[in-house]
Design a protein around this ligand. Structure first.
Ligand code: ZN
Length: 304
């Protein structure tokens, strides 16, 4: 029994979060937490928070996020509520099972992409169809956070979390429809922030990645190049809006911060109209070729 108890303590401590206390700098739109206390420097934590601050300037009502900063992980994520998991170093496996490491100096652009998801969610919340999804996601996020910071949850919270998690699953069909757009919009946020059309490709690139992983990373480029949209690769949600990315890189590449703000507004508005139409017509699945053509047309039309 004692050994089980020690083991459980170990598990809890491994995942316990600690709020960071890094001195004078305050950040209005983010609060940082680290998985292991003192494992990450205040300089790095402040830097990550300053990225959120810089991006928040492009939006009228930027969302608040909690940053859970870890050392190494196989993914970065946003939980659709208020929490972003971001490692200093991404670690992927290729299909031979060996690990590879994208450049950790570019992790800030992965964070920019994740914050893009938070912005997308926040912009979408005024739509009737999304209101309940938004509220449930927020509550789940808050309860998961409470569990992480306190180590456990009281019984009523545990029950509430179980109920809400079940409810969350019922949104999967709509969520799948939104994902292609959310991935695209989040990449726009990252490349605009970086002033670099290739920044997502570079942030994901590693010499040891497989050919397929490389092609998927290349689909995140905002530069023009030949692709075959009928290729199955482009049914993947990060890659599907490859032609819209190229279109934005060519025709909506901002020169000033004001242009970034305006373009992001215009791109989101186009996405929102497209989503509402698809929901009305119950087009839960759409061929990537049509998905790209329709969104490009909308963005073009907004501009005139
Ligand atoms: Zn994403």
């Amino acid at each position: 029994m004692k050994s089980i108890f020690i083991y459980l303590c170990f598990i809890t401590n491994t995942f316990a979060l600690f709020q960071t206390h890094c001195g004078e700098n305050t950040f209005e739109h983010s609060q940082a937490y680290v998985i292991k206390e003192r494992s990450i420097t205040c300089e790095k934590i402040d830097y990550f928070q300053s990225i959120i601050k810089d991006i928040s300037n492009f939006f009228e009502e930027p969302p608040f996020v909690r940053l859970f900063i870890g050392l190494k992980s196989s993914n970065a994520s946003f939980d659709y509520g208020e929490s972003i998991n971001i490692p200093l170093q991404l670690v992927y496996a290729n299909h031979y099972g060996s690990e590879y490491y994208p450049d950790s100096n570019l992790s800030e652009y992965i964070l920019a992409h994740e914050y893009g998801h938070a912005i997308f969610t926040n912009l979408l919340k005024n739509n009737e169809f999304y209101r309940e999804i938004y509220l449930v996601d927020k509550q789940v996020s808050k309860l998961e956070f409470k569990r992480k910071i306190e180590g456990s949850l009281e019984e009523d919270d545990q029950l509430r979390l179980a109920d809400l998690t079940l409810k969350k699953r019922s949104f999967n069909k709509v969520r799948r429809l939104l994902n292609d757009y959310s991935e695209f919009f989040s990449d726009v946020v990252a490349v605009y922030y970086a002033n670099d059309k290739e920044v997502m490709v570079d942030a994901l690139y590693s010499f040891s990645m497989s050919d397929q992983q490389f092609s998927l990373a290349m689909a995140r480029s905002f530069s023009e190049r030949e692709i075959d949209i009928e290729d199955r690769l482009y049914t993947e949600e990060h890659a599907s809006l490859v032609l819209v990315r190229q279109f934005v890189g060519k025709n909506f590449w901002p020169k000033t911060d004001d242009e970034k703000t305006n373009n992001l507004k215009l791109i989101f508005k186009s996405i929102e109209q497209e989503i509402l139409l698809r929901l009305r017509q119950e087009e839960f699945r759409l061929n990537p070729k049509i998905m790209n053509e329709r969104l490009i047309k909308r963005i073009e039309n907004q501009n005139f």
